[in-house]
Design a protein around this ligand. Structure first.
Ligand SMILES: CC[C@H](C(=O)O)C(=O)SCCNC(=O)CCNC(=O)[C@H](O)C(C)(C)COP(=O)(O)OP(=O)(O)OC[C@H]1O[C@@H](n2cnc3c(N)ncnc32)[C@H](O)[C@@H]1OP(=O)(O)O
Length: 300
């Protein structure tokens, strides 16, 4: 399906395709999925918020804010998450994003109250499709995203962390795919993304063992990219500093690089190569390229 979407994008006129940042969702009406219908149901499970601040430096901070329930995602938070992701798709100045939870804990997954109330199989599948749409779009954003995991990332919270390009953990934190204990498998795309991140063998261990991954184990397994040395209050600042090593270039270059990687992640090789050529064409002879040539940079 992802291949179909990218193929369609590749068939769009070049100018539109390259400048267009809005990527289609995985599921839509052609799959019998009516987004408004599930949104209407999710509205009934309210509480918490998803807050986005966009800095003038092109670095955004997305905060899961439901700290009385360890930042569990309520129905309205799921809707807000999608709204914020759409906002980020339109952020032409965006270079980076930190995704974190309020009050030094990441996310305890779906709101169990909502899950219990909507246990009918049809609704479960619709939430699954809704969240796959949102998290796929989050992962494809043309900026560099990092999940800052403090406290717990459980179930859907662990899945959310895989929808970022990078993951960081602070001492004492834990990522755990608890789905097997709930008689489930991941459904928000976290299983497929986990295999891309750590490979099949490690994924089997993490999912089938519902392993509790502390920072050292997570780093060793390739699940995370670094452990921050931080005390709680400074973690966000440290995550932003960590991210800055990957966002320091003109915005069109940072976004172009991310698009090349997204194409490489998702497309068959020939299509990825064509996409890379198109993106290269938007930068060749552009301001950043001309300035670098004028500077006569050496890369010692
Ligand atoms: C697997 C399906 C699905 C998916 O993948 O899509 C999911 O994500 S299902 C949710 C999976 N997550 C859980 O089952 C987490 C259950 N909660 C816990 O294990 C603990 O609460 C923990 C470890 C997060 C925190 O433990 P701690 O002792 O530090 O605090 P409390 O247990 O006292 O929690 C405080 C307060 O938060 C409520 N809480 C925690 N998680 C959730 C949640 N996912 N949904 C709703 N509410 C949650 C907890 O009930 C407490 O509320 P209180 O009113 O004070 O009882």
């Amino acid at each position: 399906m992802a291949t179909c979407i990218w193929r369609r994008l590749l068939l769009q006129p070049v100018k539109c395709r390259i400048t267009c940042q809005r990527i289609e969702s995985i599921y839509n009406r052609t799959h019998g999925f009516d987004e408004n219908e599930i949104k209407e149901k999710l509205q009934h499970f309210s509480g918490g918020s998803i807050d986005l601040s966009k800095g003038n430096d092109g670095i955004g901070v997305l905060t899961l804010n439901n700290s009385v329930h360890k930042n569990a995602l309520t129905g309205t938070m799921m809707i807000e998450l999608q709204d914020r992701v759409k906002e980020l798709e339109d952020w032409t100045e965006g270079r980076g994003l930190v995704v974190h939870g309020a009050r030094n804990t990441f996310c305890s997954g779906s709101d169990l109250k909502a899950i219990k109330a909507m246990h009918g199989s049809e609704e479960g599948l619709k939430i699954c499709m809704f969240m796959q749409n949102t998290l796929t779009r989050l992962k494809r954003l043309p900026l560099i995203s990092v999940a800052l995991v403090q406290g717990k990332a459980l179930g859907g919270g662990a899945e959310l962390s895989t929808a970022c390009d990078f993951r960081l953990m602070t001492p004492g934190s834990e990522i755990c795919f608890v789905q097997k204990h709930m008689g489930l498998v991941p459904g928000w795309g976290g299983g497929a993304r986990l295999v891309q991140i750590v490979g099949g063998q490690q994924s089997l261990k993490l999912l089938n063992g519902a392993l509790r991954m502390d920072p050292a184990k997570a780093l060793n397994a390739g699940l995370i990219d670094d452990i921050l040395p931080s005390d709680e209050g400074k973690a966000l600042e440290e995550a932003q500093r960590w991210l800055s090593q990957y966002t320091g270039a003109p915005v069109e270059v940072i976004q172009g690089l991310k698009k090349v990687v997204t194409a490489g992640r998702e497309l068959p090789l020939e299509d990825a190569l064509k996409s890379e050529k198109e993106i290269f064409g938007t930068l060749w002879g552009g301001p950043a390229n001309l300035q670098a040539l004028a500077r006569g940079s050496k890369h010692k």
